[in-house]
Design a protein around this ligand. Structure first.
Ligand code: NDP
Length: 245
């Protein structure tokens, strides 16, 4: 994957799951990865793993719910590597429940992390990418960004929103500034995402189906594929599902 080499890639939610797998795969292919999340110890362990394999990585604590943290993240990447080629807006939470449970704080958390976090990421890197006249923003939606099921209304709403934002970004930027926008839509993937569920009903279902999930490496490969395409080709959307679901 020759076009990944030397690209400066920021990844939010890089401390576990899809973010971690993507960081490792991109670094293996020569990218300079800037890892962000709240758990600094986990980030540092991943940076150490990458460096041991001869890759290039740095990390910084950043909460995507803070616009200031996201600005600092972009500044940190610029101070380390002088440019930002790719932002992967990957951080997300999924405390699903029925609307009638009225878990209003969890609704707000999903809106803050999954929607506002993506927007704050875009706000932090878009001026830099416009100045560079190149860049690529990759947003993690979900199969829930296409289909709603009982207990997923708010999560699905946030992932529909991620698709709308990504499409708007593509329409506004790709033909003018050349900045690319890609949506990645995973189906069930074996990660820590299900740990954020507090509803006993949803947790029971999650326990039953979690073994059917695919490895986060599969999602990382799709992300790497989108980044590796040459400047004249935009992968605007990829959905990756477990075959069995
Ligand atoms: P994980 O729980 O393993 O990873 C989520 C990451 O998001 C963690 O690194 C966590 O880091 C970070 N995060 C959560 N809240 C914040 C915050 N406020 N600020 C910064 N980072 C935050 O789950 P996945 O790897 O599965 O999730 C990655 C993305 O993929 C999400 O957007 C998710 O919605 C999406 N997705 C996942 C699917 C699945 O089946 N697993 C299916 C479809 C989409 P920390 O706690 O250290 O901050």
């Amino acid at each position: 994957m020759e076009n990944i080499k030397n690209k400066v890639v920021i990844i939010t939610g890089a401390s576990s799951g899809i973010g971690e797998a993507t960081a490792k795969l991109l670094a293996e292919n020569g990218a300079k990865v800037v890892l962000a999340a709240r758990r600094e110890d986990r980030l540092q362990a991943i940076v150490n793993d990458v460096k041991q394999l001869g890759g290039e990585a740095v990390s910084i604590k950043a909460d995507v719910v803070s616009a200031e943290d996201m600005q600092n993240l972009a500044k940190f990447a610029l101070s380390k590597y002088g440019r930002i080629d790719v932002l992967i807006n990957n951080a997300g939470v999924m405390p699903n429940s029925r609307l009638s449970e009225l878990r209003v704080e969890e609704w707000e958390q999903m809106i803050d992390v999954n929607i506002k976090g993506v927007l704050y990421g875009i706000a932090a890197v878009l001026p830099v990418m416009r100045e560079q006249k190149s860049g690529h923003i990759i947003n993690l939606s979900s199969t829930s960004g296409y289909q709603v099921s009982p207990t997923s209304a708010v999560y699905a709403a946030t992932k529909f929103a991620v698709r709308a934002i990504s499409e708007g970004l593509r329409l506004e930027e790709s033909s003018t500034s050349g900045i690319k926008s890609t949506v990645i839509a995973p189906g069930l993937t074996k990660t820590e995402l299900f740990d954020s569920i507090t509803s006993p009903e949803v947790q029971a279902v999650a326990n039953q189906i979690s073994d059917l999930g695919i490895s986060p490496d599969r999602i990382a490969r799709a992300i790497a594929f989108a980044i590796n395409e040459p400047d004249d080709t935009l992968i605007s959307e990829i959905m990756i599902r477990p075959t069995a679901l």
